[in-house]
Design a protein around this ligand. Structure first.
Ligand code: FAD
Ligand code: NAD
Length: 405
């Protein structure tokens, strides 16, 4: 009898979690499992702010996919997904096509630019290893060039961060730790460095606990960040950005580095493949399948799950992507064993911790507020936990964070 073929696209938190759980749940004779990913490595998206600021080398945030998959059960294909032909049950790749009986789409998200002019051309993103490496190099180049020029150009030392959501704040935490090192290394006067964070909402970290938000703002201000709150980025230009606050006249801020960290949308492959989506995210059924397509699951940043308590989508996080991956693995095992009852996904929110550099953080964990070194310790526990869940103790020893005290 022909074995069913399960194809998983994307080896991020959701896709890799699905794969490692599935390889434990099913036998070699029960199904063929194929994992497809752009790179032969997985990167910890949740650590990219560190690689982007240069406080952690990019090789520390990634590991080989072959280290965590069982090659006797999983075929790995390194290739880029171009389109999904769901009616023909085919995944189109840059270098060929793969057909499937069951498909798991776990391709992550992309920066949401809201169509703002110039962002794609002139702003940096914190999206993957390539973009993080480029941003780190760019900032370092500005510092290295500053003293080479006879006429000093202070815009080389001006860095704008668009968005004070969790990504923007975590990046600022790392950046403010990195700047003194860069100043020392390149003999730059630290008073010349300008770090500006522009946030459209009336507060930093909209929706988060106000007491913790105040703590984060005062810590970052103390380290030199200037916050422009209730101010929206309207355009990015080769010289910097144009911002506007309420009815005030738009104004220009000159900066050689503009980082766009103002939200994510689903992977563009979703819309390109004709799935019905909101900002690239598909509202999945309770069993995580796509309405109308019983053979396709979508998880992670390209999926949308409603928090019934407030009737709003859960924010896309690694936490939810990994929990979805566990459920999808069990649901796939049920499907190939011809069980019609599938498990319903329920998000178990363990809390949120937002780092402010390697030595400080804020968070709400199991309903309790934490700050400072306690929160920072917790953040490293969370970071190590995701390694443990995918690759066990061996991966934690190889890639984990042990600078906990
Ligand atoms: P990802 O983990 O992004 O993986 C997607 C995978 O698909 C990647 O391997 C990518 O290479 C691959 N891929 C993409 N396109 C293609 C293609 N066309 N073909 C083949 N492969 C492709 N969440 C938390 O819960 N806690 C945190 O502390 C936290 N911190 C964060 C910090 C930062 C700086 C950022 C940017 C995000 C953070 N998040 C955090 C959010 C979290 O990282 C995402 O929600 C999570 O990565 C989503 O998981 P995913 O599996 O959907 O996608
Ligand atoms: P976000 O959507 O959470 O925050 C984006 C911020 O940008 C918002 O505050 C928004 O008001 C602001 N913004 C939007 N348009 C703007 C404009 N034109 N000008 C200025 N500001 C503008 O996005 P994010 O921070 O990238 O996070 C993405 C997802 O990843 C979220 O679900 C988040 O929870 C998750 N994440 C979690 C952690 C953590 O748990 N530690 C860390 C990073 C990211």
């Amino acid at each position: 009898m022909r074995k069913p073929k399960i194809v998983i696209v994307g080896a991020g938190y959701g896709g890799l979690m699905t794969t490692v759980r599935l390889q434990k749940l099913i036998g070699v004779n029960e199904a063929d499992i194929v994992l497809i990913n752009k790179n032969d490595y997985h990167y910890e998206t949740t650590w990219l702010h560190e690689a982007s600021a240069g406080t952690l080398h990019h090789d520390r945030v990634r590991y080989d996919i072959s280290d965590v998959i069982d090659k006797s059960k999983v075929d790995f294909i390194q290739d880029t997904v171009v389109e999904i032909k769901k009616e023909d049950k085919k995944v189109v790749l840059e270098n060929g096509e793969v057909d499937y009986d069951y498909l798991v789409i776990a391709l992550g998200g992309e920066p949401e630019t809201f169509g703002i002019k110039g962002l794609k051309e002139y702003a940096f993103g914190i999206t993957n290893v390539n973009s993080s490496r480029q941003l780190r190099e760019h900032i370092e180049y500005q510092f290295a060039t500053y003293n080479m020029e006879e006429e000093k150009d202070d815009t080389r030392l001006a860095i704008v961060v668009g968005g004070a959501g969790f990504t923007g704040i975590e990046f600022l935490g790392e950046l403010t730790n990195r700047i003194p090192e860069l100043c020392r290394e390149y003999d730059v006067d630290s008073s010349k460095v300008k770090i500006i964070c522009v946030e459209a909402a009336p507060t930093v970290l909209p929706g988060f606990d106000p007491e913790l938000v105040n703590y984060a703002v005062s810590q970052l201000e103390r380290k030199g960040v200037e916050f422009l709150i209730g101010t929206a980025i309207k355009e990015a230009t080769p010289e910097g950005i144009i911002v506007a606050k309420g009815e005030e006249e738009p104004r220009e801020i000159k900066a050689n580095t503009v980082v766009w960290a103002a939200g994510v949308r689903g992977n563009s492959i979703i819309e390109k493949s004709g799935f019905e989506a909101m900002r690239g995210r598909v509202k999945v059924q309770p069993d995580l399948r796509v309405p109308g397509f019983d053979d396709v699951f979508i998880i992670g940043d390209s999926s949308l799950v409603i928090n019934e308590e407030i009737n709003r989508p859960y924010p896309p996080t690694a936490q939810i992507a990994m929990q979805q991956g566990e459920v999808v693995a069990r649901n796939l095992a049920a499907l190939i064993r011809n069980k019609s009852e599938l498990e319903t996904f329920t998000f178990d929110n363990k809390g949120t911790v937002c780092s402010l550099g390697h030595d400080d953080a804020i968070g709400v964990v199991f309903g309790k507020k934490i700050t400072g070194s306690k929160a920072s310790f917790m953040k490293k526990v969370v970071d190590n936990r995701s390694l443990y869940m995918i690759g066990g103790a061996g991966l934690v020893l190889k890639k984990g964070k042990f600078n906990v005290f």
